[in-house]
Design a binder for this molecule. Structure first.
Ligand SMILES: Nc1ncnc2c1ncn2[C@@H]1O[C@H](COP(=O)(O)OP(=O)(O)OP(=O)(O)O)[C@@H](O)[C@H]1O
Length: 601
């Protein structure tokens, strides 16, 4: 045990119950970031903390907050109804819930005979309104609030909530909270809080936001940076593997079936792609032998309801067997699930700092973990030196491909789609969302729309026809693909039905309407054609030819006429000036004065 990391080395004595809690949690020593941050933050310093993922930043702000509350409550009794002492903001509901749980784990050891310390969670759910949150707050009188920016802002705007006693603010994943999507809400929250407060900003990638940190009203902050040689923890192995886009899902299945792991978090590019691939993988697992039936699959993304998200996360955390969480960047930051030993990225994230956060869901607190990213072969290799520049060193891992030939696997996917038109619709929407997502890459010189393998990608999504979209019209040039069809046998789209009877009957009636319109137009045209006698038609054709010939003759005659006129004019002109000269000469002979010249002509 390193002497300097002993809990006794903090320059103030920790509360005995706190020491007890730490011991029970099994935290034998402080982590380096805790050793640097706890004394500063607890002693009235603003801090900006950057330390690798899984290095214990949460406890580094939880302890100072609790210590300060105890110290200040002993001196004053300012935390009356409607007031609170500390506010912690995190970008997702899952992370806020997790931070709230860490506070509660500490409180389990808090002596019962002392004034209670409480923490309230503020996240949007369908069961609880902000008004309910305010009612709970006024009733329970918690000193600590933890929540997501939107919900916290709504909460603080209630007149019965007084912000004047707020003495500590923590922005966890501060770089995310200060980016475009949250900045507005965070700024409004900051405006509601007193300026005399301690502020702590925490993240594994805080440098990425530069001077924006000063928008939070920090006062002489101390920057705490704890990094290993790599930008990621040393217990975390970073790998990439080069794959053809069409083979990504097969490679994913290959890892699920053949590699040893306990829990895996697999990142997909969009919410809709999680829904789509989860449904297909479930089918693969239940109806075919391509996915080990032992593997438990879970899906989590931002478009699901909070309660369902939290339940899924709980189940994934508690399950004992080999399990996989299919998710998006909603689960990229902060989540701490100790048994996750594998992270897979089907595509790199659009924002490079998220790459580290995703990988950092494993290899936490000195546990061993592996993170593998799939890169499109021949197109995305430049991402590796790009990461090197950012101190992210990543090794190649070559994976064996699963037995089934890729076209056969594609047929399995396609046949699944063909069973229900709704699946095809979802597949098209997922594919379109992916292309849009791809166009948002911050490293746009590497992730280029013009370099994408559109056919391979469409097959990855099980599609048999490329959707019509501007990106494809602009960047996809392949004359062998007619009308978007990427398979030889075209699907009869008119007879491609929805499994859902209601949906199908709506489609059928729409089809009939279209048919009616079509028929009407056709009928009109047919009638027009039919109403003309054959002789009339022949006559029309003859007269057309006649007219054409007459026109040609007319044109020829006209041209000849013009030619003649031209010659006549020239002759006339010549004649004219010759006669004028003659006349002039005559006149010259008769008189001495010149009456005309060539210029007169
Ligand atoms: N002193 C300690 N000793 C051992 N384990 C610890 C210690 N402090 C915290 N941990 C454990 O380390 C893990 C990671 O902690 P935490 O979630 O705070 O990391 P983090 O730095 O916030 O990571 P991220 O940047 O990914 O959010 C947790 O499981 C936590 O219980």
């Amino acid at each position: 045990m390193s002497e300097s990391l002993s809990w006794d080395n903090i320059d103030y004595p920790l509360q005995p119950w706190m020491k007890n809690a730490i011991e029970v949690m099994g935290f034998d020593t402080m982590t380096p970031v805790q050793a640097s941050t706890v004394p500063l933050f607890a002693r009235n310093k603003d801090v900006v903390v950057e330390s690798v993922t899984g290095s214990g930043k949460t406890v580094a702000f939880v302890i100072p907050i609790i210590e300060k509350i105890i110290a200040e409550e002993a001196n004053t009794s300012k935390f009356k109804k409607g007031n609170f002492h500390s506010l912690v903001i995190a970008p997702t509901r899952e992370l806020s819930t997790q931070i709230n749980d860490v506070f509660h784990t500490f409180f389990q050891h808090y002596p019962e005979d002392q004034p209670p310390i409480k923490c309230q969670l503020l996240v949007g759910t369908h069961q609880k309104s902000v008004r309910d949150d305010v009612a709970t707050f006024l009733e329970d009188k918690p000193q600590i609030l933890v929540g997501t920016p939107g919900r916290v802002l709504d909460f603080l705007q209630f007149p019965s909530v007084k912000t004047s006693s707020c003495g500590m603010l923590v922005l966890d994943e501060a770089d995310r909270l200060l980016d475009m999507s949250f900045m507005g809400d965070v700024q409004r929250i900051l405006n509601l809080l007193p300026k005399q407060r301690r502020t702590g900003l925490f993240s594994a990638t805080i440098s990425s936001i530069g001077d924006l940190i000063f928008k939070t009203g920090l006062r002489n902050p101390v920057k705490v940076t704890v990094k290993s040689k790599n930008a990621s923890p040393s217990s975390l192995g970073l790998y990439y593997t080069l794959v053809e886009p069409q083979e990504k899902l097969q490679q994913f299945l290959n890892i699920m079936n053949n590699y040893k792991f306990k829990k895996c978090i697999a990142y997909f590019p969009t919410c809709i792609s999680v829904t789509y691939f989860y449904a297909f993988l479930k089918y693969i697992q239940n109806e075919t032998s391509h996915l080990d039936s032992e593997v438990e699959l879970y899906s989590l993304h931002g478009k699901l309801q909070t309660t369902s998200r939290l339940k899924t996360l709980e189940k994934f955390t508690e399950t004992l067997g080999k399990s996989v969480l299919l998710t998006t960047d909603v689960a990229a930051r902060g989540l701490d699930i100790s048994e996750v030993d594998l992270v897979l990225q089907l595509d790199p994230p659009t924002d490079t700092s998220v790459f580290l956060h995703r990988c950092g869901r494993t290899g936490r607190a000195n546990r061993v973990g592996k993170a593998i990213a799939f890169l499109n072969v021949g197109r995305e290799e430049d991402y590796i030196p790009f990461l090197e520049v950012k101190d992210i060193h990543i090794e190649e891992m070559s994976l064996k491909r699963d037995g089934i030939p890729r076209e056969d696997f594609y047929c399995v996917f396609k046949n699944w789609l063909l069973k229900d038109r709704a699946r095809f619709d979802l597949g098209v929407r997922s594919f379109v969302a992916y292309i849009k997502h791809y166009s948002n890459h911050s490293a746009s010189s590497i992730f280029r729309l013009q370099s994408l393998d559109y056919v391979g990608l469409a097959k990855l999504y099980g599609l048999f026809r490329l959707p019509k979209m501007p990106e494809i019209t602009k960047h996809f040039k392949d004359n062998s693909v007619k009308d978007g069809w990427i398979t030889e046998d075209r699907v009869d789209l008119d007879n491609f039905a929805y499994k859902d009877k209601k949906k199908e009957s709506v489609r059928q009636s729409e089809l009939r309407n279209i048919q009616k319109i079509h028929d009407k137009k056709k009928l009109k045209f047919e009638l027009k054609k039919k109403n003309m006698a054959w002789s009339d038609k022949a006559e029309t054709k003859e007269s057309k030819l006649e007219r054409k010939a007459k026109l040609a003759l007319k044109r020829k005659a006209l041209e000849e006429q013009i030619q003649k006129d031209q010659e006549n004019v020239e002759n006339e002109v010549e004649q004219d000036w010759k006669s004028v000269i003659l006349q002039n000469k005559k006149r010259k002979g008769n008189s001495s004065g010149i009456q005309g010249s060539f210029d007169d002509l």
